[in-house]
Design a protein around this ligand. Structure first.
Ligand code: AVJ
Ligand code: FE
Length: 430
């Protein structure tokens, strides 16, 4: 195998180790549904194997189905998450056997194929990138399921760099065009393409994500009881849910506590806030006299290099995201303190844009001009419209393989179990 194939094989092995680590619990825990919002963990596990079989073995390599009778069970569109517990899904032992069998053949395919070959699924190892990123995304979903379950055990305590006073609260992004999206990153999804010029007026964007201290000040200022800060739908959400703060937060009358993978601890005031929905982020921003950044504003502040006039792969440039640049890959099960990554700053000086928490933007998930679905409509196209808000940047639970300045994630505006926070922006006064 050549170097590139070796790297793909290493990524395949690493992501599988991760999936298996999240599904080591007893069988009962794996087959149980912890929340109607989520699948049983063992469903996610076999689903990633089934996806890999469909795309690498059947579509790309033309190999006959291993177990065609289970396709419907693992088709996310045939059964919504809430109905998945009633499916005849594979049990834990069988699921592990199935995905291992698929993986063995996938490595054979990798060994055989010509990555310089013309087929769009194979070019630059695209189909392998597809399944590696897909599995990492499901791993992050499994972590959210585990967090909701309240089960202990997934706190990882790798030391994170200390926070620091990072200077002025906002950075200024001068008016001008930038290239949004990509034509060249080989593993980018269809929704990140094509690259296109976007012209923006000057604006200010927060240097750092909104922290727990600032968010607690919003709550303590009566932010959850004042309809002025909320959109009508947001206010309805607030009233129907009775929410008083981020998910997993509690106030004992004296201070704020949070529960994280089964441990209850004081809310660390110097960390980015997480587990807030879009409505909460939007209300906070209005209270602060600001607004959420549009997706284009977010991407320009994160990835554009105005002196080179080109887009960077990461805010700091092209270097891989090592532990001094960003908090990714579940090294610790938490966001890093504010100001922890001065070397990870973007060209405009914005920090912690990649890693720590996904960030809500003010934009709906919509296609870029010239969008073409690839390799299938159900990855992105069926979600376009005014139903999902775009999330950017990647959380502490996102893997570097599925993070870049152009990467787009999306979810319903009510979602809070995901590892999501936000930063604010405001238009230049003219
Ligand atoms: C891009 C994270 C919204 O989890 O629904 C997983 C990714 N697509 N399987 C999701 C995905 C198909 C997707 N998100
Ligand atoms: Fe999936």
């Amino acid at each position: 195998m050549n170097d590139f194939k070796e790297r793909i094989a290493a990524e395949l092995i690493a992501v599988r180790e991760r999936s298996l680590a999240y599904t080591e619990a007893d069988d009962e825990l794996l087959v149980r549904q912890h929340s109607p919002l989520m699948s049983p963990l063992v469903w996610d596990l076999a689903h990633v194997g089934n996806y890999e079989e469909l795309w690498v073995l059947r579509e790309a390599a033309g190999i006959d189905p291993v177990r065609p009778e289970i396709d419907d069970i693992y088709d996310a569109f045939k059964t919504p998450r809430k109905d998945r517990p009633s499916l005849p899904f594979l049990g834990p032992a069988e699921a592990r056997r199935y995905i291992e069998g698929v993986r063995g053949r996938v490595l054979d395919v990798l060994d055989r194929i010509d990555l310089e070959n013309a087929s769009p699924l194979h070019r630059d190892g695209f189909v392998f990138g597809l399944v590696i990123q897909h599995e990492h995304q499901h791993d992050e979903t499994m972590l959210a399921t585990l967090q909701l379950s309240g089960q202990p055990g997934l706190v990882r305590d790798a030391a994170l760099p200390p926070g620091r006073d990072a200077g002025p609260e906002e950075v200024y992004v001068p008016a001008g065009g930038f290239l949004m999206g990509t034509d060249t990153l080989p593993w980018a999804y269809d929704n990140e393409r094509p690259a296109h010029w976007v012209d923006l007026p000057g604006y200010w964007i927060d240097r750092l994500p909104v922290g727990n201290r600032a968010y607690a000040a919003f709550i303590e200022d009566g932010g959850y009881d004042d309809p002025r800060w909320w959109t009508p739908e947001g206010w309805r959400w607030r009233q129907n849910t009775g929410a008083k703060g981020p998910l997993f937060w509690e106030n004992d009358g004296r201070s704020w506590w949070r529960t994280r993978f089964g441990r209850t601890e004081p809310v660390p005031m110097d960390e980015p806030v997480q587990h807030v929905c879009w409505y909460e982020a939007d209300a906070y921003a209005r209270w602060a006299g600001k607004r959420l950044p549009t997706e284009a504003e977010w991407e320009k502040a994160c990835g554009w290099d105005p002196s080179e006039r080109r887009a960077r792969r990461y805010p700091w440039g092209e270097a891989d995201p090592g532990p001094s640049l960003a908090n990714l890959g579940h090294r610790a099960a938490r966001p890093a303190p504010l100001g922890a990554y001065p070397d990870g700053a973007s060209a405009y000086g914005a920090e912690q844009m990649v890693g720590d928490v996904w960030e809500w933007t003010g934009s709906w998930f919509q296609p870029y001009p010239g969008f073409r679905s690839f390799p299938y409509k159900e990855y992105s196209e069926v979600f376009f419209g005014q139903e999902y808000r775009v999330l950017r940047g990647g959380s502490w639970a996102a893997d570097p393989a599925a993070v870049r300045t152009t990467f787009r994630n999306w979810d319903y505006p009510i979602r809070r179990q995901i590892f999501t926070g936000f930063r604010c922006a405001r238009s230049e006064l003219v």
